[in-house]
Design a protein. Sequence first.
Lengths: 224, 270
Amino acid sequence: MRPGEVDLDAIDPSGAIAEAAHRVSRRAFLAGAAGAAAAATGLPAAALGQESHTTDVEILNFALTLEYLQAAFYTEAERLKALGTVPARAAKRIGAVERAHVTALQRALGPAATRGPLFDFQGATEDDEAFLRTAVAFEDLGTAAYKQQLTRISTPAYISAAASIHTVEARHAAWIRFIAGARPAVDALDDPISDGEAQRLVAGTGFTRPRPRTTARTPPPFTG
Amino acid sequence: MRGAGRRWRILAAITLVALAGALAAATFAHRQGGASASPAALPGAAALPPPASSGLTIPEPRPLPDPAHTAVWAPVRRAVTATEHPRAASAEVARVEERTPEGTTNLVLVTGRATDAEGLAWVRARLPAPPGGATGWIPRDAVGGYMSVDTRLAVDRAAQTLTLTRGGRIVMTAPVGVGTAAAPTPAGEFYVRNRLTRYRSPAYGPIAFGTSARSPTLTDWPAGGFIGIHGTDQPRILPGRVSHGCIRLRNGDILRLAGLMPVGTPLTIV
């Protein structure tokens, strides 16, 4: 990986999280072909959508989805204990913060909070290089996404909250980049991510999966 | 030369301390003079609204709970044959299907990981295989994303009791019915695979859990002879050695268990 660059092609396309950032209204989204996948994964369908259809609730739910992704990623990396000392320490510390972000957003949204998807990180939490490459992508995306959403939130209290999380995500991004051997600060200006770029990045993760079906309405066939 | 340098450093330190003291004295005098602690408003400045309070209360980051009480499971993505060692050319242990006989996604409990000589990732999995459960290695890409639970279920056949713990703490105990001598409940390490609800079968009560345990004697039982944890329409015979291998609870207890125990919970039967 060259300094200052991130290899995003290392992950497979899926598009599940991308649905949450697609530039359509939730109603239009669910009516589309991609709606079935989003419904299966339970992901919100807003945040980078049309201005007239995007509410603070939808924006916070998009933020919550990203936090679910990051929290699950670092938590799994810590639990599997497959990383080297330095990446493992980062996973432990950043994971604790991301879990706190999840809790904060869930509490703020209450019953309106979106349910966390199931993630399959396909080994990215079990190999140092894959972990760092993915972590850099996640933190850069989170930083840029929060910056973009700050301009769309209408409630001042949530603007303040999003800004406070944004700076923390930026710190994470710099730290992970440093560990990965990439330049922590690539440019003089940290631009928000465009809708199209956000879609490409999140669609490239392929990490969200439908929840496995573990319940059934069938008479038990057990021995009794 | 060294003495001259040291004298300059001492002089610089004395100067800094003097300046700090002067600054502190000036500040103290200003306050004693009755000036307001807050700066005066700029001339012509409009009144500003108070700053917005944060809409989020972010809790203190906490570490993960003790991993000793955490178990990891994964859904099976494709049918695969588990092997004795983490390599393709190894003795076969058992076939792992994508679905359970009940039609739900099959699960395996993940107890380890390894990489073979070709760089392929493997996971060691607890399998639904007789008689006391079995473990085997399956390719990492045969299973999906990891899920974790911090609950554990223990069934004591001699005491005829069930104990559920969460994070190492007991959250529920209940009397149970276990298998007869002719159809014993198997001992070993297993796990909960699914939850069945809204069926009409009073003998199984309102809810049933499927496990990876299989009867050691009822080998020709339809659908594989798997052991379940379920309610009953004969609560008065509990506790006791009364079943065909399943673990039976009174209906109130199975409902309570259903509210506490997630799928994927490891099950130990002694």
